[in-house]
Design a protein around this ligand. Sequence first.
Ligand code: URA
Length: 441
Amino acid sequence: MIPSRVIETKRDGGVLGRGDLQSFLDGYLQGAVPDYQMAAFLMATYFRGLDASEAEVLVRAMLGSGSVLDLSWLDGPRVDKHSTGGVGDKVSLALAPLAAELGLYVPMMSGRGLAHTTGTLDKLEAFPGFRVELTLDEFEDVLGRVGCAMMGQTSEIAPLDRRLYALRDVTATVPVISLIAASIMSKKLSEDLTGLVLDVKVGSGAFIPEEARALSLASAMVGIGEARGLPTVALLTAMDRPLGRAVGNALETAEAVACLRSEGPADLRELVLAEASEMLQAGFPGLGEAEARGRAEATLASGRALERLARLVEAQGGDPSIIDEPHRFATAPERSMVVALEAGTVLGIDPLPLGQAVVTLGGGRRRLGESIHLGVGFELAVAPGDCVEKGDPLGTVHALDGAGAAMGEAVLRSAIRIGDGVADLRPLVSHRVSAAGVIRY
Ligand code: URA
């Protein structure tokens, strides 16, 4: 295998032989193929895609590059959920403790911010002291004691994906259906799950914005899971506006905590409940949809999931007292409110520029391994469909300095479209994809 030939074949739209692709991937892991050649291959893949046999080689190589957990010693169903990534998507932070409180084990391995999206690991680090880097033994210990555990991929879990994920983030090669599907499913298949729920974002803030392609991504991941004996369900959920009101790591963490307190935005609460209900049905097959939803609602209302979050934070070395004192979450020194210059209806809020601006503000990475500022971001004061008067607040920018605040103000103002008429939005959950087929809601 000659690396430049592999790149050339992909660049020119050819299909790689299994052996060549496998050797190329092995060479990358062993250091014989450097980052720059892998980056060129990823860019060729961005334009040419991978066919089913190439994608299968990639999933197998990612999975085989590391260990697979054995969680069969746990005395209950093991169900995780994973999102393809969106702006303001803090669902996992509220969902994992809620699902654990509902009787599931949730071994959640998550990622850091990717391109214009914030990552669960960065948001968890907003709890002072929280350790996202655990050994697998520590992870299993927390999982057994608390019912959920949240960590990053260790070097043992799908290390090929771990390295490719970081490289894709900084080479503009994230939005490729087969790469996303292989990346997510290799991690999830390593978790020894009995059920998996996927949240596939669709809309301008998603990596795959178009509905038809998002459906292909959902079907690809469901297919990979089912082919390996993992019952997998995917929900297509709206990313044509940010989820909730907070965009930026610590701001999102605080909003997830509010959700577990039965406060916070309605769309976040609805998605958390919808996904909890799916996880419950995956864990306890035969449980009806209405019963699952009812249990999820009652448990969220009880406040017990918030206590479970506190146990998780403590078990992973963090300070749970911040949950009751959210003003202690990391903040940025400069705050600037943006107000409406005219009256009208909020017709839309474009998530992509807001997510990109969080990176520019210092809340996301531009280079591998860069450190980030957890406190920067946006707090929206309005949602699509709201009516505003001239002078009403639209949102607040949290920035490190005046220049950042000025940039953030301009981005926030142009992301929020105000006019006459009604907001034309995607349904929060539009499709359900499973082995049984696609249901449109
Ligand atoms: N999340 C992942 O884990 N991988 C991707 O490629 C995109 C989102």
